[in-house]
Design a protein around this ligand. Structure first.
Ligand SMILES: C[S@@+](CC[C@H](N)C(=O)[O-])C[C@H]1O[C@@H](n2cnc3c(N)ncnc32)[C@H](O)[C@@H]1O
Length: 436
């Protein structure tokens, strides 16, 4: 298939089966929180915690689908001067996203039905932030897609990408190959889906796709149904990336990989995967890319990579900049005294949350230093003041407090529960959210 045929077959899929399926009425009940789009986290990772979202901030959601990211961004930016632009090739997906915005009464979104490949020719200005989740890996040439996004990125702007990962999707590619060999190309989309469901039902129970059963939500009628099944197993264009390919994609566009995001982001650090000190020493002198690459192979389960790209290699707020403040966010917003009281030195504190249908338990081993730190994680006290106060209160060294703050940060950041900010910059508006 040439490029235009690929775009038309991908468009046909998303016209018939917009993805992900969403009911606009659900906007009355909950706000979905999408990875990468929390303003506090974005500010921390890509703008050194110094971005003022009220200074004509502009963001683009390229391949916005049925609207998860555009809704979450527009909701957080509701009372600002910021502009949110939605772009997708599918009219059906756009209609759902527009209905969701209407239910919420959002008026800060500009809607466009276009291919992102046409961005260099559209005169829509440049953006501080571009979200492009689950789109580039469905293009004939993802490099062209990233080039198009880059052409409308401000010099100090950043891009969030979600791309499929290779190692956790092996059984998906096995199924895609099987379906390509078994399902005729000329039959309709509903006929393909029906046949695929029949084949899945007939698979032996020990089949790699059924065991483990991690794709149930993506394909079951109670989950993403036919849209999910087609997107996962019958897509006409689907490629996946390992870490080194992601770095190569970024480098070719003169962009830096800032960091990986999401609940699995701690698995990009090999130190979190192996206890053996001798083995750990093997990556002691490796580069950031090499460590990420080793970690993904030690972990082996990544199904997607979610990460920020920037032209600026040092755009992330640092804990070593002790004028910054810790902001607890989302489920932990304003909970610092509750956590302070819950921590018992020598005991595990368990935090239970359901995020993206997964139940997660995070355990923090309490000690007198981390307990005292939480007392001051009020979103106002700078890191240097926290260090001074805890040192005086407990009579411990400054270094001991710094280490605890670092470990609290490492513990909370993968869940977007903490970010760093300069105290003077106006805080990103905190919308109350639920996770899917
Ligand atoms: C898997 S969906 C992801 C939707 C959304 N980003 C999300 O994460 O929920 C892919 C979306 O990209 C859109 N898309 C595919 N190729 C595109 C292109 N060349 N330009 C703009 N949108 C495109 C599809 O129409 C579809 O809505």
């Amino acid at each position: 298939m040439d490029n235009s045929n690929i775009i038309s077959s991908v468009k046909q899929q998303y016209e018939e089966l917009p993805y992900p399926p969403r009911n606009p009425e659900d906007e009355k009940k909950r706000l979905l929180r999408t990875i990468g789009d929390s303003l506090g986290e974005l500010n921390h990772s890509c703008f050194q915690g110094r971005k003022d979202f009220n200074q004509n901030f502009r963001c683009l959601v390229a391949g916005g689908g049925t609207g998860d990211s555009v809704i979450y961004l527009a909701e957080q930016l509701r009372n600002t001067t910021a502009e949110v632009v939605y772009l997708d090739i599918s009219d059906a997906a756009r209609r759902i996203a527009e209905k969701r915005a209407a239910v919420r009464g959002l008026t800060n979104i500009t809607w466009m039905t276009k291919s992102l490949l046409s961005l260099p020719e559209l005169t829509i200005g440049k953006f501080d932030y571009i979200n492009c989740a689950g789109v580039l890996h469905h293009l004939h040439n993802p490099e062209d897609g990233l080039h198009a996004l880059n052409s409308v990125l401000k010099d100090d702007g950043c891009i969030f990408l979600l791309l499929y990962a290779v190692y956790g999707r092996q059984s998906i590619y096995l199924m895609q190959h099987l379906f390509r060999e078994m399902i005729p190309q000329h039959i309709s989309i509903p006929e393909k889906v029906a046949l695929a469901r029949r084949i899945i039902a007939a698979l032996p129970s020990y089949h790699a796709f059924k065991n483990p059963d991690k794709w149930t939500n993506e394909i079951s009628p109670n989950g993403y149904g036919d849209s999910g099944l087609y997107d996962l197993l019958l897509h006409s264009v689907d490629r996946c990336y390992d870490v080194n390919e992601i770095y190569a994609l970024a480098t070719a566009a003169k962009l830096h990989v800032v960091n990986f995001l999401g609940p699995d982001s701690r698995y990009y650090n090999p130190d979190n995967l192996v206890d053996d000190a001798t083995i750990k020493s093997l990556w002691g002198k490796k580069t950031k890319q090499e460590r990420h690459s080793i970690a993904e192979k030690l972990f082996s389960h990544q199904i997607k990579h979610q990460f920020y790209l920037s032209r600026n290699d040092s755009c992330t707020a640092s804990i070593n900049d002790e004028g910054n403040v810790f902001i607890l966010a989302h489920e932990l917003a304003n909970k610092h005294m509750e956590i302070y009281r819950a921590i018992k030195p020598g005991e595990q504190l368990c935090l239970n949350y359901t995020i993206n249908n997964q139940k997660l338990i995070f355990r923090l081993l309490g000690n007198k230093v981390n307990k005292a730190c939480f007392m001051y994680l009020d979103g106002k006290t700078s890191i240097s003041s926290i260090i001074r106060k805890v040192k005086i209160k407990l009579g411990v060294s400054e270094q001991a407090v710094r280490l605890e703050l670092q470990s609290i940060f490492n513990f909370l950041y993968p869940m977007s529960w903490v970010y760093l900010e300069r105290p003077k910059s106006p805080a990103a508006s905190q919308a109350s959210t639920t996770c899917e």
